[in-house]
Design a protein around this ligand. Structure first.
Ligand code: 4AD
Length: 464
């Protein structure tokens, strides 16, 4: 059999050896009797050179290579050598492949855009502009329309590695704190978060909803004695808002746990979880972070957890000159970001928790504060001034739950089984939902959630 070598394994130790590589033709440049090819495997690249010497390589072969369309999959065989000068444009800088054979395995059609254009940073474009040069850039919609090409850039490869890492680190932190992974249904009878933002469909002749969260079912798992549960799964929101941070389908990292005294027990778990996540990303994924940074520069986050009450948050905004902020109203994106800046200046952190929210702006299942029912045992968590989590202690008394559902205009018959679960005895409990794409977006200081969703779904996009 033939011996396949990975591009990332092409180092000077293999110098003089014959190797065979399968990769994409990233770039190709012909020059007289020679051709210079850049072969790419995921993010690793190596230069391959061909010289027509009429012994092993003919002129026709060089011409053939120069005609292979970019992004085609090719098998390239040859001898690995160490060139005198480093190949700065390759990731494998110290080696070069002297090609003896090349074969097209899968030919790429005309590209909708050049991959090198999609991999360019704004800074590079601006620097070129200063010298009077115009470098191409690719719009977000064109990228998303051709996502199978767009995802091949180094920054995108890194973003989805980080996404996988966030889920892995979430799972690790949950398992290490005695949580059990569960899978709840996504085809359900009633809206889990209430409101209009629900996708409805025909379920064998009766109305069904796509789950807006695992909320009701993770709570029922608590009623069923699974003391601590978590789930990584899809969340559907028919939210007709076209913004930088809303998707119609995203991945929810949810957990729910029995609590003994106070909803701060949930906050303790969250802080432990995120310190594990931030630490893991910074220490084990430095190369990916650098790859994202080189196209989309960002400051690493300062991640020292800080807890403030909602009222304290409002006070900070008022003290900052926003005297007409409603102390019982919700924070819009602009106010959230403003508060993020204030908290950063005052406490030196990009990661903080606001808790004790006004009851009126929280979902029906949220536990009111025992000392003042105008407030609730609930919280949101922020990175760089934008919400990544919301959560709370839940109402576990079925009568109060019914009253709250009715008050919020929720048809009780659609969630009756959920309410009934609490009639058989239910522990006090709380939990939260984390927006996975938002975590990656905000950790990396990216400006749009579509960058951290592999195939984003928004009000205008159902394809690809
Ligand atoms: O704030 P949400 O709607 O809360 C819940 O779903 C509750 N059941 C959570 C709980 O356990 N009490 O959603 C939770 C998180 C938000 O903080 C946000 O990060 C993310 O999910 N999120 C979205 N992400 C992308 N697109 C959307 N349309 C999102 N809506 C919420």
């Amino acid at each position: 059999g033939r011996k396949w070598t990975k591009v990332e394994q092409l180092t000077p130790e293999l110098s003089g050896q014959e190797v065979l590589v399968r990769g994409r033709l990233y770039t190709v440049r012909g020059k007289g009797k020679s051709a210079f090819l850049m072969i790419r495997q995921r993010t690793a690249t190596v230069q391959a050179v061909m010289f027509a010497d009429d012994v092993k390589v003919s002129k026709g072969m060089v011409k053939y290579a120069c005609g292979i369309p970019k992004e085609s999959i090719v098998d390239v065989g040859g001898i690995l050598t160490c060139p005198e000068a480093k190949i700065e444009s390759a990731t494998q800088k110290d080696v070069e492949l002297q090609v003896t054979s090349i074969r097209v395995v899968s030919r790429a059609a005309a590209l909708p855009f050049e991959l090198v254009d999609a991999a360019r940073s704004d800074a590079e474009i601006a620097a070129a502009a200063e010298k009077g040069e115009v470098l191409a850039s690719v719009s977000q919609d064109v990228r998303l329309d051709n996502r199978a090409l767009d995802l091949r850039t180094p920054a995108n490869q890194a973003i989805f590695k980080l996404q996988s890492a966030v889920c892995q680190l979430f799972r690790e932190a949950m398992l290490s704190q005695d949580f059990q992974e569960i899978h709840t249904p996504k085809l359900i009878a009633g809206a889990s978060e209430g409101g209009a933002a629900v996708f409805r469909f025909d379920y064998m002749g009766r109305p069904g909803c796509l789950a807006q969260s695992p909320q009701l079912y993770k709570q029922m798992a608590i009623c069923a004695d699974f003391d601590r549960v978590f789930e990584i799964g899809p969340v559907f929101r028919a939210e007709n808002s076209y913004t930088h941070r809303h998707l119609c389908e995203f991945t929810g990292l949810d957990f729910e746990m029995a609590i003994y005294e106070h909803y701060f027990e949930v906050l303790d778990v969250i802080e432990h979880l995120f310190m594990h996540m931030f630490n893991g990303l910074a220490t084990k994924y430095a190369a990916e972070l650098e790859a994202v940074q080189s196209q989309y520069p960002f400051e690493p986050i300062a991640a020292k957890p800080v807890r403030l009450t909602f009222a304290e948050g409002i006070k900070l905004l008022q003290d900052d000159g926003l005297t007409d902020v409603d102390p019982l109203g919700d924070l819009n994106t602009e106010l959230e970001r403003r508060l993020g800046k204030i908290v950063k200046d005052k406490y030196g952190t990009d990661f903080y928790i606001l808790h004790r929210y006004p009851m009126a702006i929280r979902p029906f299942y949220t536990m009111p504060c025992p000392d003042d029912p105008a407030y609730s045992n609930s919280f949101d968590v922020f990175i760089r001034g934008e919400e990544i989590i919301s959560g709370a202690q839940r109402v576990h008394d079925p009568e109060l739950l019914t009253t709250r559902a009715v008050a919020c205009g929720i048809p009780v018959d659609t969630i009756q089984a959920y309410i009934d679960s609490f009639k058989l005895g239910a522990s006090p409990h709380g939990g939260c939902g984390v927006g996975m794409e938002r975590v990656v977006m905000l950790y990396c200081g990216l400006n749009n959630i579509r960058k951290t969703s592999m195939f984003p779904r928004d009000p205008k996009r159902l394809e690809p």
